[in-house]
Structures are given as structure tokens and as C-alpha cells.
Design a protein. Structure first.
Length: 155
């Protein structure tokens, strides 16, 4: 699988203006050895996104994780946009440790893309998880998130 990370980043920033508003930086969008996709998105440290204790606001961290998961979906299934619309179905996040400074969200495809595409080809509406880890710049895990996505067939 070949992924143009600049194209994915530009597509995400075009389609999701809120990601631009928060100043997200796309660090990496790349294939993984197992055939999956990984995306890393960074939220810089900024007083505009701080909470009452000086770290990134929970809403900004949630949006960071959801954006990283969306980058994975676009990279894995962007070639299907003429046939289906990717939509987030539900998400869950666990805030585990106070984050301070810039944070990174690393998202990975939770099911093989070939399985998801096979379901779509069979006329079904597949759902698939995208697990996300949010860490500080030194690698400390601060939050864990899962976003469940679907590919809604165009009718």
C-alpha cells in the first residue's frame, strides 16, 4: 500500500476545518508491516487549547484522537470515496494521566482493510475500530481512545 502522507494531511485539513483551528500537525501517515495504517497527529502546546490546570483541554485531546483516526480511515479507504462515505459511529476515551505540553495521537486500523472492503463489496455497511493512544512528547500515555467507523455505501 502506498500512502501520500501530505495528501492525507491536506485532505484532512481541508475536510475538517476544526483541525486547522486547533493547529493540528500531521507528523506521519504510513503503512504498517501487517498491511494496516498508522497516523500520528500532534497538538502543539498553546494557551488557547489549555484547560483550567494548564494542560490540553479534554475536548482538544478528544478531537486530536478522532482526527488521527480519521487520517487512518482516509489513508486506508480513500480510494473508495466514490462508493462510500466514512463516518464515525461512536467513540470512547479514557483520560488516564494529566497531559502537559504538546501531545501526540497515534491511531492504527483495528481490522484488516481487506475485510472491511470485502464487507462493503458484499453490500453491507462495515464497522471497524481505530484504537488511538495519546501521549506526551516523552511517550507517557495520557489517554486511550477507540473510534468506531463505518463506510456508508453511496446509494
Amino acid at each position: 500500500m502506498s500512502i501520500d502522507s501530505r495528501q492525507v494531511a491536506a485532505g484532512m485539513l481541508e475536510a475538517v476545518p476544526f483541525a486547522r483551528t486547533l493547529g493540528f500537525e500531521f507528523v506521519e501517515v504510513a503503512p504498517e508491516a501487517d498491511g494496516g495504517v498508522r497516523a500520528v497527529v500532534r497538538l502543539p502546546d498553546s494557551p488557547a487549547t489549555h484547560n483550567h490546570v494548564g494542560g490540553p483541554h479534554a475536548g482538544a485531546m478528544f478531537t486530536l484522537g478522532e482526527t488521527a483516526s480519521g487520517a487512518v480511515v482516509l489513508a486506508a479507504f480513500g480510494q473508495l470515496l466514490d462508493r462510500a462515505v466514512p463516518l464515525a459511529v461512536r467513540a470512547e476515551i479514557a483520560y488516564q494521566k494529566l497531559a502537559m505540553g504538546p501531545v501526540l495521537a497515534t491511531a492504527r486500523l483495528g481490522r484488516p482493510a481487506t475485510e472491511v472492503i470485502a464487507e462493503l463489496d458484499a453490500g453491507r455497511r462495515p464497522e471497524f475500530p481505530v484504537p488511538v493512544e495519546i501521549t506526551t512528547s516523552d511517550g507517557t500515555l495520557t489517554s486511550a481512545m477507540t473510534v468506531v467507523w463505518t463506510l456508508r455505501p453511496n446509494r
